[in-house]
Structure formats: C-alpha cells, structure tokens
Design a protein around this ligand. Structure first.
Ligand code: CMX
Ligand code: CO
Length: 142
C-alpha cells in the first residue's frame, strides 16, 4: 500500500530563511512554492530524489496564521518535524483500509496538496504520536 516516503513536513517561522538554509546546507532545489489556504500554510517543496513511484521531497511549512494546524504546532513545540507523508497509488482505497483499522481520518475525502496531489491526514494520537499524511500523485505525463 505504501510506495515510498513522499515528503517530510517541517514547520518553520520564516519560509524564505529556511529555504535559503536548506539550499546552502543540503544543495536542494525548490520545485514548487504555493499558498494552500485550506491547510493554512505557505509551503515549499524541495526535491530530494526520484524513484519508480515518484519523487521525494522536504516540505517546508510556514503558517498563514496562529489559528492553523502549523501555527498551533509552532506555538506548542517550536520549529521541527511536523508530519511524515507516504506515497500511495490509490488514496481512497488506502483511507478505507486504514480507517477500517480504527485509525481516525482527519479528512473524510482527499483534499488538494502541492503539485496537483491528493492528500489526507491521519490523527497523530492513533499513529503513535506521528501526524501522518497520505499522498496520491497525479498521473505522470508519458
Ligand atoms: N504531530 C504530533 N502530534 C501533534 C501534532 C503533530 N504535528 N499536532 C498536534 N499534535 C498533538 C498535540 O501535541 C496535542 O497532544 P496533547 O493533547 O497530548 O497535548 C494534540 O495533538 C492536540 O493538539 P492541538 O494543538 O490541540 O491541535 P488540534 O487538535 O486542534 O489539531 C491536528 C491537531 C493533528 C488534528 C491538526 O493539526 C490537523 O488537522 N492536522 C492536519 C492538517 C495539517 O497539518 N495541515 C498542514 C500541512 C499541510 C500539508 O502537508 O500540505
Ligand atoms: Co505534507
């Protein structure tokens, strides 16, 4: 069901500063930068690697305000790893299976993620304290 690690989401106070840090320290490139109002974030995807199932990324997240998931996280815990996201081939099927195992789904149906993906979150309290995201990538151009 899980094909790869799609991205690691990292909460930060200042997106521009954190992008500059990752570029100089890890020599990674920004491949997408978007505001996602629904998720309450401005985000940047930094490319790490490509595999058969698709790419893997670092996702830097700056909150759009204090009363957002990432804003609340920063206030409680400060900057750091916010979530891990696994790539799946069929997100609806994965949600049905995972929900059937008793894990709370934070999204009833998939939402829009970066770069045209479909995403859904699982409650961290049901995954051993790890906020977990499922990602289905759009079909790749052939
Ligand atoms: N990782 C682990 N635990 C987390 C967490 C995180 N990222 N965020 C919150 N928690 C824990 C808190 O520590 C707290 O635990 P305790 O009760 O033991 O103190 C509990 O969850 C509740 O925390 P809260 O601050 O009251 O937050 P809410 O319950 O209002 O929201 C959550 C928590 C996970 C439901 C909410 O953040 C959410 O819906 N997240 C999914 C959407 C999201 O994160 N979007 C931004 C990223 C977008 C993207 O990746 O594209
Ligand atoms: Co994410």
């Amino acid at each position: 069901m899980l094909m790869r690690i799609d991205h690691v989401g990292i909460a930060c106070e200042n997106l521009d500063e954190k992008i500059a840090f990752y570029r100089s320290v890890f020599d990674v490139k920004v491949v997408a930068r978007e505001i996602n109002e629904e998720q309450g974030v401005e985000e940047a995807m930094l490319h790490v690697a490509d595999g058969e199932g698709g790419g893997s990324y670092i996702q830097l997240l700056e909150p759009l305000g204090p009363d957002t998931p990432v804003g609340k996280f920063l206030a409680r815990r400060g900057e750091g790893v916010h979530h891990i996201a696994y790539g799946v081939s069929d997100i609806v099927a994965a949600m049905e299976h995972i929900g059937g195992e008793g894990v709370r789904l934070l999204d009833k149906s998939p939402r829009h993620g970066a770069m045209g993906t479909s995403i859904a979150f699982l409650h961290p309290k049901d995954v051993g304290g790890v906020l977990t995201e499922l990602v289905e990538s759009p079909p790749r151009p052939s």
